[in-house]
Design a protein around this ligand. Structure first.
Ligand code: GDP
Ligand code: MG
Length: 443
């Protein structure tokens, strides 16, 4: 596994200091192989590796992990990001019914996914769903959808002999509007390979149905081929999302990364089996773990980073208890907030925070996301002495700090006032916690 290979590369090289180019290149050689083994398309691999390299070189190695592990964490985070970061929902229109069209090659899993989606919306979101088969060439395909519909209790639009796909799409939409359906799923015909006839048919259906989502159903096991297919479908009809099927198979999920990269569209759902309930929202992070095959390293590095953060917090706690909280500490807090993106981080670090109720309002304005960068810029424009003893900052120094950070003297004053308030709060909080439960922190 990648883990073992990296283990040998970095044997004995315990973390400390920054990642060197050599560290990174060695690790990335293994990462590159892992990605190729997971069937990620070569151009995507190249681009990805170059990108990670740029991010990784010079980065601090967290205490207690190896450079290799650190690189894997960087790779994992970047993979997750490239896979879309967060889970992307299927978008429903505010005005029902929402038309959703499924496209893809024959055998990719369109009909099955249509039924799975219908069940998903019905069970998980309590939606009223109508399905329609637009596969007029293969009566067996229509029967397949009908059988699945009966199985999950979802209505399937009756097919009329000789009706062309775009007419079925129109009728399905009309029917859905009249009968008060929330969602109408259109299962289109596929081919073994993409040809103009198929593409024209799908474009016609699209223009008739004006789907809110055009979901490309793609088999994760087809590897490199899936990429070309995705590209062609996207160029031809404009895909808005991808349903990745057969994720339950042996494939490591590399197709997901490639498809996302070539279409720029998110993978929204994934099929994990033949049964109608084998459909799950696609979570980029889980697939990133799967591609790398080393979720354990990722959590190890995360834990190590948490420990370092806890150590910093502990240091701060001690300082606060001694009544010291200078502008460096404030800057550090800002950075922490930036990183964690919220109040919780600061609250967790402060003893007795719970009792402070009213002061939270002040704090809230202090940590307004946008202003955080500017606050840090001002603090960075100060000399070390000024940061340690803000009371020495007089008018002329304020002007220089303002100029140095592109802010006004009023902004500097505001920052200093906020620091004073924060300091007061910290003192009070530490007193309260000393009075309160001995030892333990309120949580
Ligand atoms: P279509 O031609 O695109 O409509 O493909 P179908 O929906 O008929 O699916 C083709 C085959 O793939 C069927 O045997 C399905 O049971 C199977 N299939 C579809 N999705 C999945 C999946 O996520 N996992 C597995 N293991 N099989 C699937
Ligand atoms: Mg089908």
């Amino acid at each position: 596994s990648l883990q073992e290979r990296l283990g040998t590369v970095f044997e004995g090289l315990k973390g400390r200091g920054a990642l060197s180019e050599k560290d990174v290149d060695q690790a990335l050689r293994e990462v590159r192989l892992a990605l190729l083994e997971a069937d990620v398309a070569l151009p995507v691999v190249k681009q990805f590796v170059a990108d990670v390299r740029e991010r990784a070189v010079g980065q601090e190695v967290t205490k207690s992990v190896t450079p290799g592990q650190q690189v894997v964490k960087i790779v994992h985070d970047r993979l997750t990001e490239m896979l879309g970061g967060e889970h992307a929902e299927i978008e429903l229109t505010t005005e029902p019914p929402t038309p959703i069209m499924l496209v893809g090659l024959q055998g990719s899993g369109k009909t099955t996914s249509t039924a799975k989606l219908a069940k998903y919306f019905q069970d998980k979101q309590r939606k009223k769903v109508l399905m329609a088969s637009l596969d007029v060439r293969r009566p067996a395909a229509q029967d397949q959808l009908r059988t699945l519909g009966a199985q999950i209790g979802v209505t399937v639009l009756e097919n009329v002999q000789g009706e062309p796909p775009k007419a079925i799409a129109k009728r399905a939409k009309r029917e859905a509007t009249l009968q008060g359906y929330d969602i109408v799923l259109l299962d289109t015909a596929g081919r073994l390979a993409i040809d103009d006839e198929l593409m024209n048919e799908i474009v016609e259906v699209r223009d008739a149905a004006e789907p809110a989502e055009t979901l490309l159903v793609a088999d994760s096991m087809t590897g490199q081929d899936a990429v070309t297919t995705a590209q062609k479908f996207h160029e031809g009809v404009g895909v808005t999302g991808i349903v990745l099927t057969r994720v339950d198979g042996d494939a490591r999920g590399g197709a997901a990364l490639s498809m996302r990269a070539v279409t720029g569209q998110p993978i929204k759902m994934m099929g994990t089996g033949e049964k109608v309930d084998a459909l799950e929202p696609f979570h980029p992070e889980r697939i990133a773990n799967r591609i790398l095959g080393m979720g354990d390293v990722v959590s190890l590095v995360e834990k190590a980073q948490e420990t370092v953060e806890e150590e910093q917090a502990e240091k701060l706690r001690k300082k606060v208890q001694k009544g010291k909280f200078d502008l460096d500490d404030l800057a550090q807090q800002y950075r922490q907030l930036q990183k964690m993106g919220g109040m919780q981080a600061l609250m967790k670090m402060l003893p007795g925070m719970g009792q402070l109720g009213k002061q939270m309002k002040n704090l809230e304005s202090m940590v307004d996301e946008k202003s955080v960068n500017r606050q840090i810029a001002m603090i960075q424009s100060m000399t070390e002495q000024e940061r340690k003893r803000p009371e020495i900052i007089k008018a002329s120094r304020k002007r220089r700090i303002a100029a140095g950070s592109g802010m006004t003297v009023q902004d500097v004053n505001k920052l200093l006032k906020q620091h004073q308030e924060a300091q007061k709060m910290m003192k009070r909080a530490s007193k309260q916690s000393k009075k309160g439960a001995k030892g333990g922190m309120p949580d």
